[in-house]
Design a protein around this ligand. Structure first.
Ligand SMILES: Cc1ncc(COP(=O)(O)O)c(C=O)c1O
Length: 440
């Protein structure tokens, strides 16, 4: 199948690894799982164990995981593992019985969200949460128009794949979708907020001109797949206000930004002073256990609930609720939001030093423990350089540090470690990157 040029850091099977056992395992995987699956790294990793910030390969080698917001409070965190095991040994069943766990989880999550969000609905994945948010928005607005950013990823269901341009959008059947640029820095501090609100207005005008009624704007509030754009706080306010004035609902997709990742707030939308109509939550909620959710306004849920019923066999089951409750407790008890803020700043400071030392290192940006580093050409053009970025990602992996790349060109190094990263780990990431850059 060769290299998937649309996916940064995708394994290219036309250059198989030299190791016989690894090659055989890759072949077995391809023959069993089929051609749609992708692997990371040019020498794909066979992992067998995780512990805190560390992942261990089958040969026993430890890797510092600087790319994981799934095991967000640390791999195999003992409190989460214990909560899952205890609940699994007590009761797990579908969600049509009364159970305390899901109620406590809903209370805990709602307490962190704006008062206007009255209900929690549970799913198993972020894709499913966005799919449900989509249905809720359609039923409330009676519109069909969807607004997303140009390289967004929101998930894999039929409806959500059509609003996830980073995986390639089929034009047929996507007439209701409009894509706008993510708010990229353009030198002047507040310019991207202005650009963003103009782009929203343009999309609304275009929808209206085509007889499309706005339904939902989905934003990943850190723009992780668009290239990581987090600043300045407040930059999304005017654009979101314009969209809502046109009758559309605003869905904050917090699968990437949520649960303390940005350090400055529990949720990414809070950094921008936004009050969403719907919030979708995924990956980090169960620290590896599949549990996800939608927070929704009372009137939006009411309209949907009148028209249909909602049942999700596994969404919010007792074991999932236990995993999520334990994850929330760890974030609080281990001060992981504050840690993300502090260590994220140190990491960006260390990486910014590299941008003065190496011309190919461009802007270093992000918030908390979500960091993007532009890799650009070594000339006055400073053009995106995805080839060198891919080389750096693979050399880092050889050096024992797992990162990846993102953005429409794949030239932005994406560093997104579990929130338990400490100062020594942050220094190690910068040191290894320094030696990788020095050897290019
Ligand atoms: C912003 C965003 N939304 C939604 C999803 C989909 O989540 P899941 O893979 O759990 O379906 C992802 C997954 O990467 C994501 O990054």
């Amino acid at each position: 199948m060769g290299r998937d040029t649309r996916m940064p850091n995708a394994f290219d099977d036309s250059v198989p690894p030299a190791d016989d056992a690894l090659r055989a395992m890759i072949q077995r995987r391809t023959s069993l799982l089929g051609p749609a699956y992708r692997l990371f790294y040019q020498e794909p990793l066979h992992l067998v164990k995780g512990d805190g910030i560390w992942l261990y390969a089958s040969d026993g080698r430890p890797y510092l995981d600087a790319y994981n917001n799934v095991a967000s409070v640390g791999h195999c965190h003992p409190r989460v593992v214990e909560a899952i095991a205890r609940q699994a040994a007590t009761l797990n069943t579908h969600t049509r019985y009364l159970h305390e766990g899901v109620l406590e989880l809903a209370e805990r999550l709602l307490a962190t969200l704006p008062d206007t969000l009255a209900h929690m609905m549970f799913t198993c994945t972020g894709s499913e949460a966005n799919d449900l948010a989509y249905r809720l928005a359609l039923s409330f607005t009676e519109g069909t128009g969807i607004l997303v950013t140009e390289n967004a990823y929101h998930g894999l269901t039929h409806a959500i794949a059509k609003i996830s341009p980073s995986v390639g959008i089929d034009q047929a059947g996507s007439e209701h979708v409009r894509m706008i640029p993510a708010p990229k820095p353009r030198g002047v501090r507040d310019q991207q907020g202005i650009d963003f609100s103009h782009a929203v207005s343009g999309a609304i005008e275009d929808m209206v001109a085509h007889g499309i009624k706005p339904a939902a704007m989905f934003l990943d509030t850190v723009f992780a797949s668009d290239g990581i754009f987090t600043d300045p706080p407040g930059m999304l306010e005017e654009g979101v206000a314009r969209w809502r004035a046109a009758g559309g609902l605003f869905v904050a997709d917090e699968v990437q930004a949520g649960l303390a990742r940005t350090g400055e707030a529990m949720w990414g939308f809070q950094r921008h002073g936004l009050i969403p109509d719907l919030v979708t939550i995924g990956k980090p909620l169960g620290n590896g256990h599949p549990v996800a959710a939608v927070a929704v306004r009372a009137d939006v849920a009411e309209r949907f609930g009148r028209a249909t019923r909602y049942f999700n066999t596994f969404g919010g089951n007792p074991v999932s609720a236990a995993a999520a409750l334990a994850t929330l407790a760890v974030i609080e008890d281990e001060n992981l939001q504050a840690n993300s803020l502090k260590i994220g700043r140190e990491l960006r400071r260390n990486l910014s030093d590299l941008s003065s030392a190496f011309t190919i290192v461009g802007a270093v940006r992000g918030s908390g423990l979500l960091v993007g580093v532009d890799i650009v050409s070594d000339d006055s053009l400073r053009a995106p350089d995805p080839v060198t970025a891919a080389r750096i990602v693979n050399d880092m992996r050889r050096g024992g540090i797992l990162i990846s790349a993102t953005g429409p060109f794949g030239h932005v190094l994406k560093i997104r470690p579990p929130l338990c990263l400490d100062a020594a780990h942050a220094a190690l990431i910068a040191d290894v990157l320094h030696s990788v850059l020095a050897k290019l």
